[in-house]
Write a protein that binds this ligand. Structure first.
Ligand code: MLC
Ligand code: AMP
Length: 489
């Protein structure tokens, strides 16, 4: 197979990455990547080594991630706002040999004894980067939450990335002429694999807006007419709110070639609102950290609200019952029958780092991955996600959050005797993290939210906190979350 970014051997003067007013052409990016890899090698780091990358809002962050993927290092992207407990878990579990940062001072001391290297500026004497061929070797470890326990590191190979991006290219007619504009973080599949690696694999460009605001995204779109926009539903919701008040925002979106949504369900009313304001029917696609993207509406196909399109060419997809037996599909099947989505293909990850037990629970011997998502499958192949097997997995603003990890963090606070976390429907975030707490000492809600933000990360903090005298429990002592959900209305 070819290299992940085939143009690296013969870069052109086309735009490759832009962050704010700082930009790199392919040629400049190739030189920056060569310098970064030379610096890693000078530190004794070899292809295959794990290197953590703080995904700070800078061009150098993109350089490090691209260089490491091209040269066969395994990147472990770190959220710059990661809380101390979660950071300690990730660093202990992934055991990277080094850490790199665009701004070393901003993360001083955070990685403990681990050496933190600055992403170096290009030098004239750096040997050219020799890209590795895509070979099915680990390229990324992306941490993702489960129902309980600390997040698990999903090992994504270079082949997963290349194969999935090529499937998406066919679905979206994605070419080197496209500029993707997004305001997503670079430590998850959406912003990193699709946004950064996808743009560069095609030979096109990414305009990265590191901090989302509707105005900031619209400004970036004005620089790149006909852009492809990647965003989570919360962002479309906020863009529509802003566009209602400021038609210039609607105009900026109207010029785009495609508006793509994913990472969480886009409500049908938002789909309609985007169309009314911008004239675009959103392309919705569905994926997971462990599988990358499985389904998508096609650029020239049906963009049906509430649906995530058919499976991508190259991905096998079926619905299964509780015993993981396939439901009857196609014309003979029941279009309204709900089953768990199972997928198989070159997009499915290699497993969780250090967690063979957890890998075996989701990936069977035949290569089928069980997503935990519940869906229907129409005779024409359109998939509609209707829910999740576990209600202890939340999607808040497109971020996956495990109820268990938030509960564990709350229980570490000395004033908390008991805690239970649920997701409540939220028009902006999709789901809002609501915590029910039995306190053993006086404490205010903001202090508990800050505690979770500091130990895990700000997006995992409860948005709503309710103090109760006792949690509803069944005869076995298990917390009855259904009863709690009824309280949130
Ligand atoms: C707030 N902040 C705090 C805090 N409260 N910091 C410390 N302690 C506290 N108590 C800070 C935050 O860090 C942030 O800082 C700011 O205040 C606002 O935080 P927020 O309220 O949490 O952000 P919000 O506006 O709600 O974010 C909305 C959003 C975000 C849409 C921008 O949810 C987002 O970026 N979502 C994208 C998620 C994503 O990429 N998912 C892809 C997963 S991959 P500051 O500095 O930022 O102001 C996947 C596969 C697939 O799912 O299919 O794609
Ligand atoms: P993550 O582990 O963060 O990659 O989250 C993956 C989960 O996000 C999936 O299992 C789905 O529950 C959800 N998801 C992603 N895209 C969509 C979508 N288009 N519609 C509904 N749910 C989605």
């Amino acid at each position: 197979m070819d290299a992940l970014f085939p143009w690296l051997d013969a870069p052109s003067d086309r735009l490759a990455v832009r962050v704010g007013d700082a930009a790199l052409t392919q040629r400049q990016l190739a030189a920056a990547c060569a310098a970064h890899v030379a610096a890693l090698r000078a530190r004794g780091l070899a292809t295959g080594d794990r290197v953590a990358v703080w995904t700070q809002p800078a061009l150098a962050t993109a350089v490090a991630l691209v260089a490491q993927a091209a040269a066969g290092y395994v990147s472990v992207p770190l959220d710059a706002k990661l809380g101390d407990h979660e950071l300690a878990h990730v660093l202990g579990d992934a055991a990277p040999r080094a850490c790199v940062a665009a701004d070393v001072d901003a993360v001083a001391g955070r990685a403990g004894a681990l050496a933190t290297l600055a992403v170096t500026a290009p030098t004239a004497d750096a040997p050219p980067l020799v890209p590795v061929a895509v070979r099915g070797a680990p390229a990324l470890v992306l941490y993702t939450s489960g129902t309980t326990g600390a997040p698990k590191g999903a090992v994504i190979t270079d082949r997963n990335v290349a194969a999935n991006l090529d499937m998406l290219a066919r679905a979206w007619a994605w070419t080197g002429d496209d500029v993707v504009v997004h305001a997503l973080p670079l430590y998850h599949v959406h912003g990193l694999v699709l946004g950064l690696f996808g743009s560069l694999r095609r030979g096109g460009a990414l305009r990265w807006v590191p901090r989302f605001t509707p105005d900031g995204l619209a400004d970036a779109l004005r620089d790149h007419p006909r852009a492809v926009v990647f965003a989570v539903p919360t962002m479309y919701h906020r863009l529509c709110d802003a566009a209602d008040a400021a038609p210039a925002i609607a105009d900026a979106l109207r010029g785009a070639r495609l508006l793509v949504s994913g990472s969480a369900p886009l409500a049908a009313r938002e789909h309609a609102r985007v169309e009314r304001l911008t004239g675009h029917r959103v392309i919705e696609r569905y994926g997971l950290t462990e599988t990358l993207i499985n389904c998508s509406a096609r650029h020239d196909g049906d963009r049906r609200a509430g649906h995530v399109g058919p499976r991508l060419d190259g991905v096998e997809l079926r619905l299964v019952d509780d015993a993981r037996r396939p439901l009857a599909a196609g014309a003979g099947g029941d279009a309204e029958a709900i089953g768990e989505v199972a997928v198989r293909g070159p997009n499915v990850f290699a497993g969780y780092l250090n967690r063979d037990d957890a890998t075996r629970a989701v990936l069977d011997a035949d290569g089928w991955f069980y997503t935990g998502d519940l869906a229907t499958l129409a005779p024409d192949g359109q998939v509609r996600i209707v829910g999740r097997r576990s209600t202890d997995i939340l999607k808040c603003g497109g971020f996956k959050v495990g109820a268990g990890e938030v509960e564990a963090a709350l229980l570490e606070h000395p004033a908390v005797a008991e805690a239970a976390v649920i997701g409540a429907p939220d028009p902006d975030l999709g789901e809002r993290i609501v915590a029910f707490v039995v306190a053993r000492a006086p404490v205010d809600a903001a202090a508990l939210a800050d505690h979770v933000a500091a130990h895990l990360s700000p997006h995992k903090r409860p948005r709503e906190l309710r103090f109760v005298d006792a949690l509803p429990r069944n005869a076995m002592g298990k917390v009855q979350k259904t009863a709690l959900r009824a309280l949130t209305g």
